[in-house]
Design a protein around this ligand. Structure first.
Ligand code: PXP
Length: 251
């Protein structure tokens, strides 16, 4: 089993949330992305939602021009988003389910229930050289469907695990964590690269960072919130330290 260095993708959506609250240009999510790059992020994640509630099209243009580290472009499986991704050809495209009324991405994609359409949808993205990632739950049926349609990566949704932690439901949290671990091992066994993300913070990151199959964590909201108190660079550095510590314990 490899114990490679875990990649940290920093999601900058909520810098744009703050900017959009006033409708101006500040704070600039691209500046945050460059700061994250300087602070040791391995990639930047940005979700262009259909309603443009945080990241807007011009942010993606500017991120593509400015970043030296890879952009993980999160999007719904719509024709509009596919055209945008094909125009930019980011390093990675992460397909997420999107419901307009939700506050954040609440569940994983139903790949098993939409296999033919999603397979057709990701074809042109794969041909354009993007690594296609599917944001799913740990259900083995979803993992196997992701492998069948030719995704390179699955990102397992850690939101439920983090919610259970926050609510102090620790036995259920640990059970959910076990499901995530089994899911990660299963995904790796069928040839998928395994990422995890959603809701992670300093208190929840280490158990998932300790899953040997996990290659990348994508973390946003907590880091942007923590930046208010300790600064974005130090928040990223502490997350990096915790990830490395969890990883070192594996070796
Ligand atoms: N991964 C995916 C696929 C997401 O949709 C999100 C939220 O946009 C994240 C990771 C980051 O979640 P959070 O902002 O809660 O850290």
């Amino acid at each position: 089993m490899t114990t490679h260095r875990l990649r940290l993708g920093v999601n900058i959506d909520h810098v744009a949330t703050l900017r959009n609250a006033r409708g101006g240009a500040l704070p600039d999510p691209v500046r945050a992305a460059l700061l994250a790059e300087a602070a040791g992020a391995d990639g930047i994640t940005a979700h262009l939602r259909e309603d443009r509630r945080h990241i807007i099209d011009a942010d993606i243009d500017r991120l593509m021009a400015a970043l030296r580290i890879p952009l993980n472009f999160e999007m719904a499986a719509t024709a509009e988003m596919q055209a945008i991704a094909l125009r930019h050809r980011p390093h990675a495209v992460c397909i997420v389910p999107e419901r307009r009324a939700e506050r954040t991405t609440e569940g994983g994609l139903d790949v098993a229930g939409d296999e033919n359409r999603l397979g057709d949808f990701i074809g042109p993205l794969r041909e354009a050289g993007c690594r296609v990632s599917l944001f799913i739950g740990h259900d083995p049926r979803q993992i196997e469907a992701a492998a069948r349609i030719g995704a390179a990566v699955v990102e397992l949704h850690t939101g439920h695990y983090c919610d259970l932690h926050a609510e102090g439901r620790l036995a259920e949290r640990d059970q959910e964590l076990r499901h995530l671990m089994v899911g990660a091992a299963h995904a790796a066994s069928v040839g998928l690269e395994v990422h995890m993300g959603h809701g992670l913070g300093f208190e929840t990151v280490q158990p998932v960072a300790a899953a040997p199959e996990v290659v990348e964590l994508n973390i946003g909201h907590f880091l942007i919130g923590e930046a208010v108190f300790i600064g974005l660079g130090p928040a990223i550095a502490e997350m990096r330290r915790l990830m490395d510590e969890a990883r070192a314990a594996l070796a």
